[in-house]
Design a protein around this ligand. Structure first.
Ligand code: HEC
Length: 131
């Protein structure tokens, strides 16, 4: 390799690394963000409904459909299907997106936190097993 190519590659690496670090979804960071939800939500194969419903198999299912959880009318009747877009809007501003729902959470304001928690939650299927 010529010195010029080496320099160019080093330069590209220097640019590429921080950019991907900012943009990539991170399951590990998402697990950290989930600490904000743990007071009320569980996820995984031993998850139970507590203050909030368990969050297994969230993506692709209709809101308000976890058996045995006493949802608000607002949540049950919202007609929302949880996908990345609806979830991102909900979690950024739960009361604004779904007026009347009873989740007492101000919202995640950081876009990276939202992406990371999506990556974290997506791991769990409806039985709470990691896919
Ligand atoms: C203070 C308790 C509390 C905190 C903190 C909280 N939630 Fe909730 N969450 C609830 C309750 C209660 C509901 C049910 C709302 C209803 O029925 O109106 C809910 C509902 C939800 C739903 C809809 C579930 C479904 O089955 O339709 C999602 C998704 C959700 N929460 C995600 C989160 C995430 C992610 C976090 C952390 C960033 C979080 N929540 C933090 C209490 C909480």
């Amino acid at each position: 390799m010529t010195t010029k190519t080496t320099l160019l590659l080093a330069l590209l690496a220097a640019i590429a690394v921080p950019a991907s670090a900012v943009l990539a979804q991170s399951v590990e960071d998402g697990e950290d963000v989930f600490k904000k939800c743990r007071a009320c939500h569980q996820v995984g194969d031993s998850a139970k409904n507590v203050v909030g419903p368990k969050l297994n198999g969230l993506f692709g299912r209709k809101s308000g459909t976890i058996e045995g959880f006493n949802y608000s009318e607002a949540n049950k009747n919202s007609g929302v299907i949880w996908d990345e877009a609806t979830f991102a809007k909900y979690i950024a501003d739960p009361k604004g997106f779904m007026p009347g729902n009873k989740m007492a959470f101000a919202g995640l304001k950081d876009e990276k936190d939202v992406k990371d928690i999506i990556a974290f939650l997506k791991q769990f299927d409806a039985d709470g097993k990691k896919k």
